[in-house]
Design a protein. Structure first.
Length: 148
């Protein structure tokens, strides 16, 4: 079991490095979203360790990642698939915000993960929503100490 977890971490870290998303930042997102629980279900409908909403999950797997066989929303409970989706989503967010705003920062990416890219574009920065502002602070705090 420990070997499997170590192998999953190494693979996730390698994939995160390949697509330029810090693995510790993804760990921090997972901790803030679900306390690391791959079976988490939120009142608003978010599922899994990264609390994906159904439309986002389906869109990512069909349009961004191009693996429609993983678009079934029940697969959001699969930690490896959810992490892959989160990595790809951050890359998409980064590219989209850079194109729309002409700039990039991890704080904007983190805010967009929480509040949506539309809100970040509308406010040309972190939206004035207390929940999103707190989310960015919480993710950064965990990220700075290594994601755990």
């Amino acid at each position: 079991m420990k070997l499997l977890l170590a192998l999953m971490f190494v693979c996730a870290s390698a994939l995160a490095a390949e697509i330029e998303v810090d693995a510790a930042m993804l760990d921090a997102i997972e901790m803030v979203e679900s306390s690391g629980n791959p079976n988490a279900v939120a009142k608003d409908g978010g599922r899994g360790a990264y609390q994906f909403m159904e439309p986002t999950w389906k869109w990512l797997w069909t349009e961004v990642i191009k693996k429609p066989e993983n678009a079934d929303f029940n697969k959001a409970f699969d930690r490896a698939l959810a992490r892959e989706a989160a990595q790809k989503y951050f890359v998409w967010i980064r590219k989209f915000l850079t194109k729309k705003l002409g700039e990039h920062s991890w704080d904007l990416d983190i805010a967009a993960y929480n509040a949506g890219v539309g809100a970040v574009i509308k406010y040309k920065g972190i939206p004035p929503f207390k929940i999103t502002q707190n989310y960015v602070v919480r993710v950064n705090k965990i990220w700075k100490r290594g994601g755990n």
